[in-house]
Design a protein around this ligand. Structure first.
Ligand code: SF4
Length: 236
């Protein structure tokens, strides 16, 4: 009997710091909300080892479920947060737990979301070594000014370095995330972003619109009239 394939999603809810527009489940280093818990991320350990241990236990528990056992895994997606904040050792540990528990197919697509500023050549080589074959890089814009407005941790230069390292490490499937409708963004600056990214020939580009989410610093700034956002027609 043919078993229905599985696609796995692994969430790593930690970031260096929260971007001003973000409402994803993620915690910055020394996040107040995690004070007093065993999973407080720090500069030294941005992804707490306790979280990795719990994650690996949970992978084992899910893998033992009758309904999931022996089903072929055709894709794995590490999302966040910033999964590329994991250390090389942690990446190996989670991948080993997945392989011990699930039947990951030889041609499975295994993606890691990443942010410039958290990648090194050595870490990218480690990802490739343990079978991660697709990298998604959160760039958002090639304008350093726009990146600063968003509260991103990186510059365009840091992205370029990460992209170069990713190719050098052997990634032949790279996605670049971009955003529109940013404060002070113009049609010209977005065209410039697209042009610069297209020159790098990534295999895929994901283009999102900024949405002002409740309970984010951007929501407050918008209420106070401090965000110069393009209207919907200009954005389209
Ligand atoms: S890097 Fe992504 S998940 Fe982390 S705070 Fe920024 S937008 Fe949110």
């Amino acid at each position: 009997m043919q078993r229905e394939p599985l696609e796995l999603y692994i969430h790593i809810p930690f970031c260096v710091k929260k971007c001003l527009y973000c409402d994803f489940l993620s915690f910055g280093t020394e996040d107040e909300r995690l004070k007093g818990t065993p999973c407080l991320p720090s500069r030294k350990e941005p992804v707490p080892q306790n979280y990795i241990e719990a994650l690996c236990r949970e992978i084992g528990e899910w893998g033992r479920k009758k309904t999931l056992r022996h089903r072929p895994v055709i894709s794995v997606f590490f999302g966040g947060g910033t999964p590329s904040l994991m250390s090389e050792k942690q990446i190996f540990q989670v991948m080993a737990a997945l392989r011990e528990t699930f039947s990951i197919q030889k041609n499975a697509e295994i993606t890691m979301e990443s942010n410039p500023g958290t990648l090194t050549l050595s870490k990218l080589k480690a990802m490739r070594f343990c079978g991660i074959n697709r990298l998604s890089i959160g760039l958002q814009s090639t304008s350093d000014e726009e990146l600063k407005t968003l509260g991103r941790i990186h510059s365009y230069g840091a992205f370029l370095q990460s992209f170069k390292w990713a190719r050098e490490a052997g990634f032949h499937n790279i996605n670049v995330d971009l955003m529109t409708a940013l404060p002070n963004q113009t049609e010209e600056s977005y065209r410039q972003t697209l042009k610069q990214v297209l020159l790098l020939e990534p295999e895929h580009i994901s283009a999102y619109s900024l949405i002002i989410e409740p309970d984010t610093p951007f929501e407050k700034m918008e209420e106070e009239g401090k965000l110069n956002l393009p209207d919907e027609d200009s954005e389209r």
